[in-house]
Write a protein that binds this ligand. Structure first.
Ligand code: HEM
Length: 376
């Protein structure tokens, strides 16, 4: 757990305190959020923006996300200014404060809702348009994978941003402010909205197949070992950073719904309750006996491809699926797994990747610093 009891700063968005609603309101809020002898622990409402890693990776997953990619349309100096402005915006919204360059008021009265903003650099940022930039050592476009039907307009981008929060309107506000501050410097290339519902009775949130997703994700030091990149050979700003892979994976839900349950279980290697097929029903926390799982089951084929997955469901009405996100110390973690998936994974029959991207996620920004630090 990374952000329980951290900071309650920023609970009250501007108006309550800035307009002097006063001590009574403050006391109410403090009483409502703090822990008392009788109250259950509650989540902090703001996640620190500055730190050795960017927020939004190991942060306990928020309920909603907006993912977006931008193409930069300005010059070298404009790129620096853009990243400085994104930094100021990320800092303010993480504290539940108004956007520094003028606020629309869309999230007036709301808290920060554990807003996080995570910024990445796409391979195309380093194509020479901005003069020499310090390029992450392992950043290269993803190869084509069998079965990919990726729309270029829904893939790639010079800059990537993942914004997460527990309220969708906070994210609508954030994207509008981000676009406003980017005007004349960067053009929105694609954007997606996602959601997950925190699990009540399972080890992980359910995806649109109805199955808990994320059960086998590494935690704590095991997670650190697979996420944070080796800084040797990397530009300094990649210390504490990683490589994010994004895939928009449309799911063939009618096909899945028509599939008999035993076949569904064999395609995943786990049951609807999340329990591995090699353990009793309900034993969702049991480690699978991987060699004994059905051949071709997703869990068997993906093991032991270690990576940290932090995806969100998406639903456009006419289609739905997964906004797959994985954070890797090296891009090969994802690439090797994806090749394996296309070769032998039965769950692959229900997936159609329609968007794709890889982005270098720089290390965290120090207080007073900028996403641009070390890039130029
Ligand atoms: C819409 C697409 C996908 C769905 C619905 C899906 C669903 C699942 C489910 C239900 C599990 C078992 C529970 C868990 O441990 O999380 C799982 C495990 C896993 N998935 Fe996926 N997945 C998808 C795409 C992918 C992709 C594209 C990759 C990587 C290329 C991947 C890699 C993994 C890994 C590494 C595991 C853990 C295996 C282990 O137990 O060691 N998944 N996935």
């Amino acid at each position: 757990m990374t952000d329980l009891h951290t900071s309650h700063t920023g609970f009250s968005r501007r108006s309550l305190f800035a307009r002097g609603a006063g001590a009574a309101a403050a006391a109410t809020l403090a009483g409502g959020l703090g822990t008392t002898a009788h109250a259950a622990p509650v989540r902090a409402v703001s996640v620190p923006f500055y730190g050795s890693h960017q927020a939004g990776i190991t942060t306990d997953q928020q309920r909603n996300c907006v993912l977006a990619a931008f193409d930069v349309t300005t010059d070298r100096a404009g790129l620096k200014k853009l990243l400085d402005d994104w930094t100021a915006l990320g800092d303010a919204l993480s504290k539940g404060e108004p956007a520094p360059a003028g606020d629309t008021g869309i999230s007036e009265g709301m808290s920060a809702e554990r807003f996080t903003m995570t910024v990445g650099f796409g391979p195309s940022l380093f194509d020479g348009r901005f003069g020499p930039l310090n390029r992450p050592a392992k950043l290269a476009p993803l190869p084509h994978f069998a079965g990919d039907a990726c729309d270029p307009g829904a893939s790639g981008g010079d800059l990537f941003v993942q914004m997460c929060a527990d309220e969708p309107q906070v994210l609508t506000h954030a994207l509008i402010q981000l676009r406003a501050v980017s005007q004349g410097k960067a053009k929105l290339r694609w954007t997606e909205n996602g959601f997950v519902i925190p699990p009540k009775d399972t080890a992980a949130p359910r995806n649109l197949l109805g199955v808990p997703d994320g059960t086998a994700n590494p935690t704590d030091s095991a997670r650190d070992a697979v996420v944070w990149c080796d800084p040797s050979g990397e530009p300094g700003y990649m210390a504490g950073g990683c490589y994010a892979v994004y895939r928009r994976i449309r799911l063939d839900l009618p096909h899945w719904m028509a599939t008999p349950t035993p076949e569904k279980d064999a395609a995943i290697g786990r049951r609807f309750d999340g329990s591995p097929l090699t353990a009793p029903n309900g034993a969702q926390h049991a480690t699978p006996d991987y060699p004994r799982l059905p051949n071709g089951s997703h869990v068997k084929e993906m093991h032991p491809h270690t990576m940290f997955r932090r995806g969100y469901n998406y639903d456009k009405g006419y289609e739905g699926g997964l906004l797959f996100m994985s954070f890797n110390r090296h891009p090969s973690q994802f690439i090797d797994a994806q090749h394996q998936l296309t070769r032998s994974d039965k769950l692959g029959r229900y997936m159609m990747p329609t968007g794709s991207g890889i982005y270098a996620i720089r290390g965290g920004v120090g207080a007073g610093g900028s996403f641009a630090d070390g890039l130029f």
